[in-house]
Design a protein around this ligand. Sequence first.
Ligand SMILES: [Zn+2]
Ligand SMILES: [Zn+2]
Length: 344
Amino acid sequence: MRAVRLAQIGKWLEKEDVNIPGIDVSDVLIRVAAAGICHSDAHYRAGISKIDRLPLTLGHEVAGRVEKVGSGVTYLSLGDRVCVHYLVHCGSCEFCVCGLEQFCRSVQMIGKHRDGGYAEFIKVPGANAFLLPDEIPFEVGAIMMCSSATALHALNKARFKAGESIAIFGFGGLGFSALQLARAFDCGDVYAVEINPAKLALAASMGAVAIDARSADPVGQIKEATDGKRVDVALELIGSAKTMHQAVLCLGSLGRAALVGLTAESMSIHPYTEFINKEVEIIGVSDHLATELPVLIELARSGKLRFPQDALRVVDLDAGQINAALDAVQHSIDHVRTVIVPLK
Ligand SMILES: [Zn+2]
Ligand SMILES: [Zn+2]
């Protein structure tokens, strides 16, 4: 089969002909219909995030049709449309038995620790394949298993509930999903903090209060817009110490800041005035859980979570096109997501 693989850190991905993976009794073989190109993939290629072995087929955002079913997989059939949960876990360690598989003692991320979806076929445990309803295109099914799933996990970790106001720092793929998911949970006012004019316009067109962080301090703007009340929940999706601090400062009493963006920078907090006094919480968010995915899939099926067609770009399973898309992801600030759709 065709696969586009990372053979050397810092180098372009290369096309390779490899064997179609054999499956174990608990696995399924999926014919890939769509594989999202994610920011993390650009990080693996550049060596910013460490990977264990080379060559490796990247791609953790995958949807397709079941091509082969292991004898131990009873809930999937040949030809089923599925999307893939990217964390392969043991199912028996102390974290797995509590449904917290992102901390599994032997967790493997698809497209990082094992071969991913930049290929014609992928092997995954049956437990990682979720039925994808006909209403959801494969391209959407693929990308929602990363950014939208993490946005949902962030809202869950922040214990977001109906009627609460929310500030979303960063209006890319995650922010875009977070707004729609917050809406699906009957949120109060939504404030989208951005510096990119196109993203600010998009947020406003979706009914959020656009907070232009270039014009003035976003915390002051949110304070003013809420008559001093501030917000119940803030999501930091950018990965900067500055916006993380702002996410904490824009919280009202008992507010929760969920930090999703990755950074190596340190953040300083004034313990009494910014934190203890208001009993605010700062919550770390990492990946998402298998148990959250049925809710996500249902929201996408019912149309509450959508991706505008112009926010998706399609390329073939072609090394040149994929490398160009990874370059764009690495440098670009637009909100267009590229999805690999292998031509027959
Ligand atoms: Zn991703
Ligand atoms: Zn485990």
